[in-house]
Every structure is written in structure tokens, then in C-alpha cells.
Write a protein that binds this ligand. Sequence first.
Ligand code: FE2
Length: 377
Amino acid sequence: MSLTETLPVIDVDVFSSQPEGSDNVQQECKKAADALITYGALLLHDSRVSEEDNNTFLDLVEDYFNQPIAKLQKDERPDVMYQVGVTLENTEKPKCAVDEPCLDIIAQLDPAERPLDITGHHPDPKCRFFWKMGTPPPYETEYPALNAPNVIPEAPELKTKWEPIMEKWGQAMKDSVASIAEMTAVGLGLDRNTFKDAGKYGPHLLAPTASDLVKYGKKDTILAGFHTDLNCFSIHGRSRFPGLHIWARNTGKRIPVRFPPTGRYLLVQAGKQLEHLTGGIIKAGFHEVVVNEATVQTVEKRKITHPERPLIRISSTFFWHLSSDYQLAPIPELKARAESLLADDAKAGSHKFQATYEPMKVGQQVQNELKHIALMA
Ligand SMILES: [Fe+2]
């Protein structure tokens, strides 16, 4: 992939507007599954997504994180592992820094394609807000800590508009990602509801991150160190500042993510739960967020075009989860294909990094991952 190309673009409108059996829909679904297999990521085009809603959301979250730290601290909830409310900078550590197979993956990359060095094991200088967007399960859950109530900021200028803006933009991303979950299932030859049903009561989160580019705007600063996401799908709206790099499976190349310059696009990445369910056919995509040359240039431009706005890089991210009580295990129909792909990986030399996909409850898998990133004691 050259620097001017973008990731495969999947047209969700085709899926929403035509019968599932049509050639167009089948092709688009296969394209979605193939993009996730090859890149661990895709761009989607969806007419239900509005750039204006994303901009309103980005303005709100910039204003929120521009508040004094004492106000932000009131919205912290360490007792529920920060799974609602705010996580302040320098709390979350990139899991990869303590995870040996992950450090081996970095070591195997060509030095020019490696992420910025995370071996210092410093926590990420990024803040985050978690806004729950799941449907509470109608049964008693084994994992109630992941189902705690939402936090609304106290500041009068944020308080009244917070919920409607979070809900509107969050719902747009949630609808889009639910369509991608269906398209991926169809593209893998499964029933369209396979993933969607497994995530019906997932503790989905609208999870914007914020990086202060005045404090952390120097080139080659790590905002979020090399890692994969623990959930099923992650979806992002356009950020005002570049800086996200992804790594495609087996190509070993660092890819700076670029959205088409205008239009109704979102970026989707595969997370650990999808990797587990597919037995490794789709691998969770490694990524990092850093201050690169393009970030620095955008900061300089924005100082001129929007001198009144805070220089905070917001990523409008949504984490789509499987239901906490769902039994996570590779789907039997995918076994043969998973084995053949993993054999290809072995030929490419990456077999020693292969994970085993032990059956476990999704809630257990999430708790295992949170321990790694220092959000849970
Ligand atoms: Fe991530």
C-alpha cells in the first residue's frame, strides 16, 4: 500500500439498501471480511453518518478536556476499573510493553517499520472518557462491574448538552458498526446475525480519547503506545489531527491511516474478541497513536484557522463489545479456514506469535486484558 492509497472502502449503503442474497451485497460483505483478514481494518462509507454530528461531538469533548484537572477528577471511577467516566493521562499502560510475544512482534519488524519505542513502559499521556452505550442484559450478569451507570460532567456549560450529543454521535457509530458486524459474518459465510447476536448485550462504549498537543505535541511523542484493542470491533470518526498508524497482518508495514478528504466515512478495526471468535482468521489489528510530521503540521495550521480552540487531539472512538456472559470460543464452521490461514502465517514466519484461543466467558477475557494495562489491580 503506497502512502497515497487508503484502506479498502466498504459501502454500508449497499448492504442497508439491497437484498442479502444479491451479488452486490455478497461482494461487499466479502470485501469487508477480506479487508479485516488482510489489514485488521477497513474504512466504511455510510450515509447515516454525519460529519456535522462528528464536529459537534469533537467540539464538546475538546471543551470537556480543556477544563481544570480538579474538575475532571470528579468524573473518575477507579472502583469500577474506569469503565465509565474519565481516565486521566498517565494511567493506562500500553499492554505490549509488558507482553513478551508482543515485544517479539516488534523485534521482527524491519526497524524502519517499527512503532515508537514502548519498552520504557511509561503510561500513555492520553485521557479518555467512557460513555456506556450497551443494552443492559435482561438476565443476571456474572460481571456487574462492567455495567455501572454513566457519568455526566457537572459544569453547567456541558451538563445539559452532554448526553444528547454523546448519544447522537455514539448511536450513529453503533449503527454503522452493527452493520459491519453483520457484513463480516456474511463475508465469512456465516449467518448474518452471528456476531450481532453475540454482542446484543455487550457493554459497548463511546470512548473518546484526548491528547493535549500543547503539552505532548513534540514530534515522535507516543500518545497511545503500540497495542491491540480488547473488544470485538473498534470504530472511529475522523480526527482533526493525524497520528494513527496501523500494521497489516504479515506485511510488516506501518500504515498511516488517512480518511478520504470529505464525506461520510468511519474507520473500523478488529479487536481481540473478533480474533478469538474467528480462531485467528481475523487478527486484532496492532496500532499506535503518535505525533508524526503530519500531526505537527496540522497543529500549526489549526493555530491559524482556529486560534480560539484548544489544541487537543480527540479521537472519536467507539468500542463494540460482545456480551460479558457470552461464551467466547472459535466458531466451529470457521475451523478449517482458520487452520489454513494459520498455516500460511507459519510459512511467513509469524507462527511463533500464534495465540491459543481457550474457551472463556467474554467478561473473563476483558478482566484478563485490563490487568495487563494497569486499569485493574
Ligand atoms: Fe486502540
